[in-house]
Ligand binder design. Structure first.
Ligand code: PFF
Length: 465
């Protein structure tokens, strides 16, 4: 059976943008910006996206396109069976992310419907508390999952490509419209000030924390570390510029994140709800509660949650597809059976997360970040120290002068600089997690040992005595 491919280049780019643009942009990004020094964070974030996110994204895409396989099979196809465990980690990361993502997707689905009837308008706090976890949350998680299943079931080109070709422009248009509309609301001006203010003092005092926050966000928002971009790139059938596509994906993703902030903060200010702390419920309690006071409140609610729903769905399908690709490539499943199997898995794991707030936060707050970082670290070390020249060749394939000019700097970023950075944040993060604070020099030593160790091991394997 021939392997699925994208129909057009634009279709691939839009599918990847659909994967990148999601809850991370709409909820996490504006909040992180606002609570980490405003536009100073924005600037740092853009730098991290360019120096860490884009090289990382391109590394994943290089592995995917070169192997034309799923995250586990990719290492077989590239003659490195012993790295398959890394693919297993990517699948694990996919399960972690979609299990909680689908619960939030369910909340959003419910709020889209509840906006039409105004169900939560009177008592937003009580409404959210009644539906966030428990059987009702399970029900809407299942509905969200079914929507994901329907798109993935229809196939790579006729399902995912077609759906995202409609959804992504839809997200931009609807959010653009909302951004213009909220600008006309009285009191919205304070929101722009809050969002785009420049707090250099804050940044200076908390540089390290802000940097780690920006790094985590850069990975999550670009969908790297779970094999989603690897899998999407494995469906590219012509050799065209990965650099151009990857950069475009990152630019569009950041632009849509900024746009989301231009809707959310002015809206909060016009509702006289100065932003407090973030957290999973804030979108549903603070913002949604305010909708009741707006003109055309129901319409506003449906449009707002409708866009968030599109964004969440177009991300969820990319994670789901990682596991489907694995079953199809490695175990010879026909697509429908693979989709049913993966759907069954998420039925269980997502329902568990929808029943248990502690499992939900374990997945969303802790495991997701760790799993994405570890996997991406491994992918990049593989690119840099095992693929080596082949990675550079793949990076340059089908691309023009810019790719040839940037291929060396990219290679050093992927082999050395980004892995050092990822290992450093990982060690620091793990230290905080287990309650053993790790100092910056200690973390740096471990990071150098990880990258150096890989380099030595790769050399040793390449030239057996
Ligand atoms: N990029 C998505 C977001 O910002 O919401 C989340 C995500 C999708 C993470 C796919 C990882 C992934 F593989």
């Amino acid at each position: 059976m021939t392997r699925a491919t994208w129909r057009t280049r634009l279709g691939f780019v839009l599918a990847a943008v659909g994967s990148a643009v999601g809850l991370g942009n709409i909820w996490r990004f504006p909040w992180l910006t606002a609570t980490n020094g405003g536009s100073a964070f924005l600037l740092l974030y853009v730098v991290v996206v360019l120096l860490v996110g884009v090289p990382g994204l391109l590394g994943e895409m290089v592995i995917g396109r070169r192997s034309r396989r799923n995250p586990i099979g990719a290492f077989d196809a590239l003659g490195a069976r012993q790295w398959r465990v890394l693919g297993g980690l990517a699948l694990f990361a996919s399960v972690v992310v979609l299990s909680f993502y689908s619960v939030v997707g369910g909340w959003i689905l419910r709020y889209t419907a509840a906006s039409a009837t105004g169900a939560y308008f009177g008592a937003p706090q009580a409404y959210f508390a009644a539906i966030d976890f428990g059987p009702a949350a399970v029900g809407f998680h299942v509905l969200f999952l079914l929507a994901t299943v329907a798109v993935v079931y229809a196939g790579v080109d006729r399902g995912i490509e077609l759906a995202t070709t409609v959804m992504v422009p839809g997200i931009v248009l609807l959010f653009g419209g909302l951004a213009v509309w909220v600008a006309t609301l009285p009191g919205s001006a304070g929101g722009y000030e809050f969002y785009l203010s420049l707090d250099v003092g804050y940044l200076r005092a908390n540089f390290f924390d802000v940097l780690v926050a920006a790094a985590g966000q850069a990975l999550f928002t670009l969908s790297v570390g779970a094999g989603a971009m690897l899998t999407y790139a494995s469906y590219i059938d012509e050799d065209r510029s990965l650099v151009a596509d990857g950069t475009l994906i990152a630019v569009l993703n950041t632009a849509i994140g900024v746009l989301a902030g231009l809707v959310i903060f002015p809206l909060l200010y016009s509702l006289d709800l100065p932003p407090g702390s973030g957290g999973p419920g804030a979108l549903f309690v603070g913002l949604a509660g305010g909708f009741a006071d707006l003109p055309f409140s129901r319409l506003v609610g449906v449009v707002f949650f409708g866009v968030v729903l599109l964004a969440a769905l177009s991300s969820a399908i990319s994670i789901f597809e990682v596991l489907v690709a694995y079953l199809v490539d490695e175990h010879g499943f026909v697509r429908s059976r693979a989709v049913a199997g993966v759907g069954g898995l998420f039925l269980v794991t997502g329902s568990a997360a929808a029943m248990s707030p502690s499992l939900f936060s374990l997945l969303a707050d802790t495991l997701a970040n760790l799993a994405l970082t570890v996997t991406l670290l491994g992918f990049l070390l593989f690119c840099g120290w095992v693929l080596g020249r082949d990675a550079i060749a793949e990076y340059e394939l089908g691309a023009g002068r810019i790719a040839r000019l940037t291929s060396r700097p990219w290679y050093y970023a992927v082999a050395v600089v980004v892995p050092l950075f990822l290992a450093f944040t990982l060690v620091t993060g793990l230290g905080t997690l287990v309650g053993v604070p790790v100092s910056a020099p200690q973390a740096a030593v471990v990071a150098v040992a990880v990258v150096g160790g890989t380099a030595v091991a790769a050399r040793y394997r390449a030239e057996p005595a």
